[in-house]
Ligand binder design. Structure first.
Ligand SMILES: [Zn+2]
Length: 113
């Protein structure tokens, strides 16, 4: 079992991560104005298309991570935090320290990848 102190510390980490990811998501949705002239913008059009798809991929992974963080916080409230979603075993504390939103234990993660 994760001791309550560690759990509270991880909750803090998750809350912080959630705020950070939410902010990143917002940035993806409203790209910052580059401030360049229109001619520059035309020249950059081809590059931007590539950049856009790269950004879209990143936005998806940020969204997925955000979802995992929210799910982990929900599990903390339900008291099921730290339980592997695959084998229902305990997720190693060291793994949660490194990856607090982890849904799988070390063994199941290794099997998946
Ligand atoms: Zn497992």
């Amino acid at each position: 079992m994760i001791d309550p102190q560690t759990k509270e510390r991880l909750r803090g980490k998750l809350e912080e991560l959630k705020g950070q990811l939410a902010k990143e998501l917002k940035d993806f949705k409203s790209p910052t104005d580059m401030g360049g002239s229109e001619i520059d913008a035309l020249d950059a059009e081809a590059d931007e298309a590539e950049e856009f798809s790269a950004n879209a991929g990143m936005a998806i992974s940020v969204a997925q991570r955000h979802e995992a963080v929210v799910a982990a916080l929900g599990k903390m409230d339900k008291g099921t935090y730290g339980t592997c979603e695959s084998c229902k075993g305990e997720i190693e504390a060291a793994l949660l320290e490194a990856d607090p939103e982890s849904r799988l234990c070390k063994a199941c993660k290794a099997k998946k990848s």
